[in-house]
Design a protein around this ligand. Structure first.
Ligand SMILES: [Fe+2]
Length: 227
């Protein structure tokens, strides 16, 4: 089942979809691109949220609002894109941000020079809560990390998430292809936020990636859904 593992389709939740109508239109676009299941991953910034519990309540409300509109894709699992911050692991209830029905948690590295505490934080979350980290859009850090640090990141005990847009630029494509060639675990997502400059783009992915590669992403997700 073709699944978009990273997107911002929930209405009025973050800098993604602005309202239910936009969410429905985004899901229509996704459906046309062959997507049958969506993992909704609104941003979670620890320093901005009152608590994990209040974020989850808000997410549930927005999800229900969307479902009331009978969206064209109803197979929607709830997750979060959790920004890695110092001390994140000690945030009460952080493990509840895992993708529902799985042991997976989508983590976003800071857009800042790489520092060792980032890997420590990822490892702590994985070990403390028995979760498998997914590193969001691993190809996006070229402006911040040295080549050696990108290599180091690829050795993390994690799943590497690749956005469709990675295949549009030479340098990002190189990283995405490296992940695939090295047979590291990976999941695809659109990271779509709207209907214009960051729209659903699995059509691009289907043009750039062989179907068996797409299938690997789906198979990996299935494994974790059955855990
Ligand atoms: Fe995102």
């Amino acid at each position: 089942m073709l699944t978009d593992c990273h997107n911002h389709i929930l209405p009025e939740m973050d800098d993604g979809s602005k309202n239910v109508e936009m969410s429905v239109a985004m899901l229509q676009m996704m459906q046309k691109q062959g997507i049958a299941r969506v993992i909704a991953t609104p941003h979670f910034y620890c320093h901005r949220e009152k608590s994990v519990a209040s974020y989850l309540e808000r997410r549930q409300r927005k999800f229900e609002k969307l479902m009331e509109a009978s969206p064209p894709i109803s197979n929607i699992l709830l997750g979060a894109e959790v920004a890695i911050e110092k001390g994140l692991c000690d945030t009460p209830g952080i493990e509840k941000l895992a993708i529902e029905g799985t042991d997976l948690i989508l983590l976003e590295l800071p857009y800042a020079p790489y520092q060792d505490w980032m890997e420590e934080e990822i490892d702590n979350i994985a070990m403390t809560y028995h979760l498998t980290p997914i590193l969001a859009h691993v190809h996006r850090y070229l402006d911040w990390y040295s080549k050696a640090q990108i290599k180091q990141m690829m050795q993390f005990d994690a799943i590497f998430q690749i956005n469709a847009e990675a295949f549009e630029t030479f340098s990002q494509r190189k990283i995405a292809k490296e992940v695939i060639k090295r047979e590291l675990p990976f999941l695809f997502g659109s990271d779509c936020h709207n209907l214009t400059d960051r729209k659903p783009n699995f059509d691009l992915l289907q043009k750039k990636v062989k179907s068996e590669v797409l299938e690997k992403s789906n198979a990996l997700l299935e494994q974790h859904l059955q855990k």
